[in-house]
Design a protein around this ligand. Structure first.
Ligand SMILES: [Zn+2]
Length: 344
C-alpha cells in the first residue's frame, strides 16, 4: 500500500524543485509527468507499456488489489463531487469516499494533478459518470490499470446533444435527472457490494433509503415546477446541462453553449439566446457555478430579463453553500428557477 502523505510530499517537493527548470527548458508537460510518475513507480500514459485498465464487472466478485487503506476501509474515488455525495450515501460509514475534483472545479477538461494520481493509485475503486463527461478519465486510468473503475451512467437512456460538433453525442449531465440518479445509486450499490461483500447488508439498506429520498425530491420538484405559468417554463443557462431536467419536467431548454469547453461564448451563440429570450419574453436567465456568467449577464442586459441566479450542475457547492449535497443541489436549482421566473 502506498503511503499517501509521503507520496504527496515527494511529488510536491519534486514539483517545487524541478518544475521551473523543466518549464524553462521547454520540457513537455507529458515528459514532466512521466518523470514524476517514474520517480515513484507510477504508470503513466506514454511512459511505458501498460496493461489495459480494469473495468469493474459487477456481475462477478473480485478481489481488487487496491489499498483498503486508512482504518481498513475500502477507498472509493469519484471523478467529481456530485458522485462522491451519492456514493457516500450508499457507503455510509463503511467505506471512505472522496472526490478527485474539488467543489467548484471545471470537470469536463480537468487536468489531474500529481496528488490525484497518488490517490488513484491508492484507491480500491474509481467511479465516473461516463457519456464523455470526463475527457481526462482514460488517460487517468492508464496510470493505474489494476484499480477497477465503473461508469455510473450505465443503463441510463442518453439525451442527445442537438447542435455544433457535439451533434448526436450523448449529453453527459445525466445525473441531473432524479430518475437517472436512482440508476446511478443502483450501480454504486452493486459496485460496493462487489468489492466489499461483508458490508453488503449496510450498502443495500443505505441504497434503498437514499433512492426513496431521491424519488421524494422528484415529486417535490414536479410540484414546484407546476406552479410556474406554462408560458414561462424556460430554463435558460450557460451550458446545455439541463436537457435531462427539462425532459423530465416539461421545460424548454435554452443555453449559450452546448458543453463546457475551452472556448468562450461566441457572439453568434449569445445573439441566438438574446433573440430567443426576447421572442418568448422569458423573464429570467441563469448561469452555472463552475463557469463565467459574463455572457449571460450580457443576455440579461440586452433583453431586460433578470439575471436570477446560479445553478449547480458539474459541482456541489462548498459545505457551507446552498448545494452541498446532491439532493440540496436539485432543490436549490429548481427553487432558483421557480423564484426567478415567477418574480418577473
Ligand atoms: Zn457540464
Amino acid at each position: 500500500m502506498i503511503d499517501y502523505l509521503k507520496y504527496e510530499r515527494i511529488m510536491r517537493d519534486f514539483e517545487v524543485s524541478n518544475l521551473g527548470y523543466l518549464k524553462q527548458n521547454n520540457v513537455s508537460k507529458r515528459l514532466y509527468t512521466c518523470v514524476l510518475g517514474l520517480l515513484v513507480g507510477t504508470w503513466l500514459n506514454g511512459c511505458t507499456s501498460q496493461p489495459t485498465p480494469t473495468k469493474l464487472d459487477t456481475n462477478t466478485t473480485i478481489n481488487p488489489t487496491g489499498a483498503s487503506g486508512r482504518s481498513g476501509k475500502k477507498v472509493i474515488l469519484t471523478t467529481f463531487t456530485v458522485l462522491a455525495d451519492m456514493a457516500q450515501n450508499v457507503a455510509g460509514d463503511k467505506a471512505i469516499v472522496e472526490s478527485i475534483t474539488k467543489p467548484g472545479s471545471e470537470i469536463h477538461g480537468y487536468e489531474p494533478t500529481p496528488s490525484d494520481l497518488a490517490r488513484g493509485q491508492g484507491a480500491d475503486l474509481i467511479l465516473d459518470n461516463g457519456l464523455n463527461l470526463e475527457r481526462w478519465a482514460d488517460r487517468f486510468y492508464n496510470s493505474f490499470p489494476r484499480v477497477p473503475h465503473l461508469t455510473l451512467s450505465d443503463g441510463v437512456k442518453p439525451v442527445e446533444i442537438s447542435e455544433n460538433s457535439y451533434q448526436g453525442k450523448p449529453n453527459p449531465h445525466a445525473w441531473m435527472s432524479p430518475q437517472n440518479a436512482v440508476i446511478y445509486v443502483e450501480n454504486i450499490r452493486k459496485a460496493l457490494v462487489n468489492i466489499d461483500a461483508p458490508n453488503a447488508v449496510t450498502y443495500n439498506k443505505n441504497a434503498a433509503t437514499y433512492s426513496d429520498q431521491i424519488k421524494a425530491i422528484d415529486i417535490k420538484l414536479k410540484t414546484a415546477i407546476a406552479t410556474i405559468p406554462p408560458e414561462k417554463r424556460y430554463m435558460v443557462s450557460c451550458e446545455g446541462a439541463f436537457s435531462y431536467i427539462t425532459r423530465d419536467y416539461g421545460l424548454k431548454e435554452v443555453y449559450i453553449w452546448p458543453v463546457n469547453a475551452e472556448q468562450l461564448a461566441t457572439p453568434k451563440q449569445v445573439e441566438k439566446v438574446i433573440n430567443t429570450v426576447k421572442e418568448n419574453k422569458i423573464p429570467a436567465v441563469f448561469c452555472e457555478s463552475t463557469v463565467s456568467d459574463k455572457a449571460q449577464q450580457q443576455v440579461a442586459k440586452e433583453t431586460g430579463a433578470k439575471f436570477a441566479g446560479v445553478f449547480y450542475v458539474d459541482s456541489l457547492s462548498p459545505a457551507d453553500g446552498p448545494a452541498s449535497t446532491y439532493l440540496k443541489l436539485l432543490e436549490y436549482n429548481v427553487n432558483t428557477l421557480t423564484n426567478g421566473l415567477k418574480s418577473n
